[in-house]
Design a protein around this ligand. Structure first.
Ligand SMILES: Cc1cc2nc3c(=O)[nH]c(=O)nc-3n(C[C@H](O)[C@H](O)[C@H](O)COP(=O)(O)OP(=O)(O)OC[C@H]3O[C@@H](n4cnc5c(N)ncnc54)[C@H](O)[C@@H]3O)c2cc1C
Length: 498
C-alpha cells in the first residue's frame, strides 16, 4: 500500500483506542507491547517523518553510531546479534526487522505532524490535529489514550550558540543534526566545536579523508575507550546458544557491570577517574597533555560517559590526524575562530557539535477542556504521567543507562494500566495529588546535581515538577525502577479513575 492510501480523509475524524505519537525506538516499543498485551485495542502510530527510527533516521553525520551497547539499547524482546556499539544503519535495520517480524508497519501513518492535542471531558477523549504534506493539509483523529513517544529534542535542527561574527566566517558552518548529504570534506581543515558523544564520533570518522580535524572544547569530557566486542556474547555464539538466551544473559551481565560502575562513581569517583584517564593515557602516550584535554572537573557519570569503541578518537589524535584544543571562542573570523587565549584556529569548515534543543511534548499545543496546558505546572507521576492530564503517558528514557530500558518498563506499565482500567470499567485515569502530597517541595524534573547536560539546563523551567516521595518522583535509576514500576500500586489514590 502506498503512503497516500494510508491517509484518512482530511475532513473525517478517525477514532482509535490509543494513539502513539512518534515511530522512533520508543513508539515501536509501545506498538509492540500494545499489540501483545492489549490485543483488542485499536491503535495507530502518527509519525512526522517519512520513515521510522526517529533519532537514527534524523542524524546522518559521518560515523553516526550509538554510544550505548545494543544489548541494553535494543529491546528486551528482540535479540541483538552483532557488535555492541552499532551504526545508525544497523539500528535502522534492527528496527526494520522488528516491524516486519511483529507485523507493526501497518499501524504507522508517516508524514503526520501532530500540532494539537485537545482533551474533552464530555466525550472523554483526545482530539488530535495533524498536518500532512507541504501544503499543511489537516488530518483529524481522536483517541481515548495518548501515548507520547516523540522523544525529547527538536528534530528539525540542532542547537548552535550565538557566537560573535559567525556571519563573517567564509567557509561552511554545519550542525551535525542537519548534515548535508554527501558533504565533501576531503583534504579540508575541519574544526569541530564540542567534545560530547557526537564530536567523539565525528572526529575519527572524518579524520582519515580530511587534511586535519581539530576538536575545540571549552572543557573536557570523560571518554571510555574499550573494544567494540562482548567476549561473553562471542563465547555464547561460538557455543551455538540461541540468540534470545545470549541476548538475555549478556544484557544481565552488562546491567550488573553498569550498576557496579555507577555505584563506584558515587562511592569512589576518584578510582573511576584514574581508571578512565589511565585508559586514555594508554592510547595517547605519556607525553600527551591529558590533564588539560581529557580531565574534566566534574565527577564521572554526571554527564553521559562518551564511549569510544576501540579507542578510535585517541588513535586519530595519536596518528596526528586530529588534535584537541581546550579554550573558549572569543569570536568567529573570516578564516576560523579567535580564542579567548588570543590563539587563532583556521578552518575550511566548522562543525558545531553543540547539542540540541529540548522539545517539550513534541511542540504540540496541548489543551485540556478548552484551557491551554502549561506542562511546567504539572507534577510527574513516576516520570510517566502528569498531574491533571487525563489518559496520557510520555516515554522519557534514561540518560545514563540505555533509553530503551525505560521505554520497555513504561510500555509494560501503560499496558497494565489499560488492562486494569478495562477490568474496572474505567475510561479515564488522571494523576492527582492526594492530601498527603499537597505540601511536597517542588523539585526540578531532573536533579541537576545528578545529571546536567546543556539542553536540560537551558530548558528545565519548561518541564514538570517532581516531589520528594513516590509516586511523584522521577528516579532516572533503572535498578530501582525495574522493581518499582512493575510493582506500582494502581490504587494508591494518586491515580483518579472515572
Ligand atoms: C545522536 C544521538 C545519539 C544517541 N545515542 C544514544 C545511545 O547510544 N543510547 C541511548 O540510550 N540514547 C541515545 N540517544 C538518545 C536517543 O534520542 C534515545 O535513546 C532514543 O533514540 C529516543 O527514541 P524515541 O523513540 O523516544 O525518540 P526519537 O528517536 O526522538 O523519535 C521520536 C519520533 O517522534 C517523531 N515526532 C516528534 N514530534 C512529533 C509530532 N509532533 N508529530 C509526529 N511525530 C513526532 C519524530 O519525528 C521522531 O521520529 C541519542 C540521541 C542522539 C541525538
Amino acid at each position: 500500500m502506498n503512503q497516500s492510501e494510508t491517509q484518512p480523509n482530511a475532513s473525517a475524524t478517525e477514532h482509535f483506542d490509543v494513539i502513539i505519537i512518534g515511530a522512533g525506538i520508543s513508539g515501536i516499543d509501545a506498538a509492540y507491547h500494545l499489540k501483545k498485551q492489549c490485543p483488542t485495542k485499536r491503535f495507530a502510530v502518527l509519525e512526522n517523518q517519512q520513515s521510522y527510527g526517529g533519532t537514527w533516521l534524523t542524524h546522518k553525520y559521518p560515523g553516526i553510531r550509538s554510544d550505548s551497547d545494543l544489548f541494553t539499547f535494543g529491546y528486551k524482546w528482540k535479540p541483538w546479534t552483532s557488535a555492541p556499539i552499532a551504526s545508525a544503519e544497523e539500528i535502522l535495520s534492527y528496527l526494520d526487522s522488528a516491524l516486519d517480524e511483529e507485523a507493526l508497519r501497518q499501524y504507522i501513518r508517516f508524514g503526520q505532524t501532530v500540532v494539537k492535542a485537545s482533551w474533552n471531558s464530555d466525550n472523554k477523549c483526545w482530539q488530535i490535529t495533524s498536518k500532512v504534506g507541504a501544503d499543511g493539509q489537516q488530518s483529524h483523529f481522536s483517541c481515548n489514550f495518548l501515548w507520547m513517544c516523540q522523544g525529547y529534542y527538536q528534530h528539525k535542527k540542532g542547537y548552535t550558540p550565538d557566537w560573535p561574527n559567525m556571519d563573517q566566517f567564509e567557509g561552511d558552518i554545519i550542525h551535525p543534526q542537519t548534515w548535508p548529504e554527501g558533504y565533501n570534506y576531503t583534504d579540508k581543515d575541519i574544526l569541530v566545536i564540542g567534545s560530547g558523544a557526537t564530536a567523539a564520533t565525528l572526529v575519527p570518522a572524518i579524520a582519515e579523508k580530511s587534511a586535519h580535524v581539530t576538536m575545540l572544547q571549552r572543557s573536557p569530557t570523560y571518554f571510555f575507550p574499550a573494544p567494540n566486542r562482548n567476549e561473553l556474547a562471542d563465547t555464547l555464539r561460538e557455543l551455538d546458544i540461541p540468540d534470545a538466551w545470549t541476548h538475555e544473559i549478556v544484557r544481565k551481565k552488562i546491567l550488573l557491570e553498569q550498576q557496579q560502575l555507577t555505584e563506584r562513581c558515587v562511592t569512589d569517583p576518584e578510582s573511576v577517574r584514574v581508571e578512565l584517564l589511565t585508559a586514555a593515557r594508554e592510547y595517547l602516550g605519556d607525553d600527551y597533555d591529558i590533564d588539560t584535554h581529557f580531565t574534566p572537573s566534574y565527577r564521572p557519570w554526571r554527564q553521559r560517559l562518551a564511549f569510544v569503541p576501540d579507542g578510535d578518537l585517541f588513535k586519530g589524535i595519536k596518528a596526528g590526524k586530529a588534535s584537541v584544543v581546550t579554550d573558549e571562542i572569543d569570536t568567529f573570523t573570516s578564516a576560523g575562530v579567535k580564542l579567548k587565549s588570543g590563539r587563532e584556529l583556521r578552518a575550511d569548515t566548522i562543525i558545531t557539535a553543540t547539542g540540541f534543543d529540548l522539545s517539550v511534548l513534541g511542540d504540540i499545543e496541548f489543551v485540556i477542556d478548552g484551557k491551554s496546558l502549561d506542562f511546567a505546572d504539572t507534577w510527574t507521576y513516576r516520570g510517566i504521567m502528569y498531574s491533571g492530564i487525563p489518559n496520557m503517558a510520555w516515554v522519557f528514557g534514561y540518560f545514563r543507562a540505555s533509553w530503551t530500558l525505560r521505554a520497555d518498563l513504561i510500555s509494560e506499565f501503560v499496558c497494565r494500566l489499560l488492562s486494569f482500567m478495562d477490568a474496572n470499567k474505567s475510561t479515564v485515569v488522571t494523576p492527582c495529588l492526594r492530601p498527603q502530597d499537597q505540601d511536597m517541595p517542588a523539585l526540578p524534573f531532573v536533579d541537576a546535581d545528578n545529571f546536567n547536560p546543556g539542553y536540560l539546563a537551558r530548558s528545565m523551567h519548561l518541564l514538570p515538577k517532581q516531589g520528594d516521595h513516590a509516586p511523584w518522583v522521577f528516579k532516572q535509576d533503572f535498578y530501582a525502577e525495574q522493581t518499582d514500576i512493575p510493582a506500582a500500586d494502581l490504587q494508591d489514590g494518586s491515580l483518579l479513575y472515572e
